[in-house]
Design a protein. Structure first.
Length: 275
């Protein structure tokens, strides 16, 4: 393990500031890593074609395969780890963060940090860095403990800030599970009824509860996730439009082109050229 950039490591740490020669982006690291970013105030980051700016210190969470670029003027710290080191899905029963901090198809999860939270998370991040540098027999388990503390504290804070309560309602948990399932199955399952069956609920009831909880229909969420992945592949790979259509579960190439244009206003090739 190494404090710094090493794509071969299962866990790593990186400092960034406005003196860095290059911008830090998701391509700097392997795509099969989760990332946690501590962003100092006045920093900004572009995530999946949307820019976020912060007037106070913030903590951000990134799923595997999620694309971002940190502005050159930003300062902060980045922790990255792959599922072999710490699997979010495997630990979900105890952490309840999958579909909330990670694999959240509704929004980009981040926390604006109050003074007390800022002290807490900086201490935990600093502890991760120190353990990475130690490289001894106990370092890996210690790092896992600190990452778990970061995730639990962030999940608790996010739930409390959204609901003024740490009690998770059935509708909130349903939305979180729906988010997880969309992230897992959007390439093959394009219909609300598919997810309703997985959740043992009627499509009508699923639609009602997601709209009530998130103010957006589940059908729109599914479409947005498909389009987001199409944009990622168009912008960051050399795959042909047909290959992208196949990857996203569309056997009819022309239908995919029409679908993409209806959602974005541009045909896929025009979007790629514009990017």
């Amino acid at each position: 393990m190494d404090a710094g950039l090493n794509k071969r490591q299962s866990i790593g740490y990186l400092d960034f500031d406005n003196k860095s020669e290059n911008k830090i982006n998701s391509n700097t690291l392997l795509e099969d890593h989760y990332k946690i970013i501590y962003m100092e105030k006045n920093g900004s980051i572009t995530v999946d074609f949307v820019e976020y700016s912060f007037t106070e210190n913030a903590l951000l969470f990134f799923s595997i395969g999620q694309h971002f670029q940190i502005s050159k003027e930003s300062r902060g710290n980045l922790i990255y780890f792959n599922p072999d080191f710490y699997c979010i899905a495997f630990h979900d029963k105890e952490l309840a963060c999958d579909g909330l901090l990670f694999d959240n198809v509704f929004e980009q999860p981040y926390l604006n940090l109050s003074t007390n939270l800022d002290i807490l998370f900086l201490k935990l991040i600093s502890s991760v860095k120190k353990e990475i540098n130690k490289k001894d027999f106990w370092a890996e388990e210690m790092i896992k403990t600190y990452i778990k503390q970061i995730i639990i504290s962030a999940t608790r804070t996010l739930i409390k800030s959204n609901n003024d309560s740490q009690i998770v309602s059935y509708d909130k948990e349903l939305a979180r599970k729906f988010s997880q399932l969309v992230e897992l199955h959007y390439r093959k399952n394009h219909n609300v009824s598919d997810y309703a069956n997985m959740l043992n609920i009627t499509p009508k009831n699923l639609n009602k509860k997601i709209v009530s909880e998130k103010q957006v229909a589940p059908s729109i969420i599914i479409k947005q996730r498909i389009i987001l992945q199409a944009k990622r592949l168009l912008a960051n790979t050399t795959l042909s439009i047909k290959e992208i259509a196949d990857y996203l579960g569309y056997e009819d190439y022309s239908y995919f082109v029409r679908f993409f244009k209806s959602q974005t206003g541009l045909p896929p090739l025009s979007f790629r050229n514009a990017i």
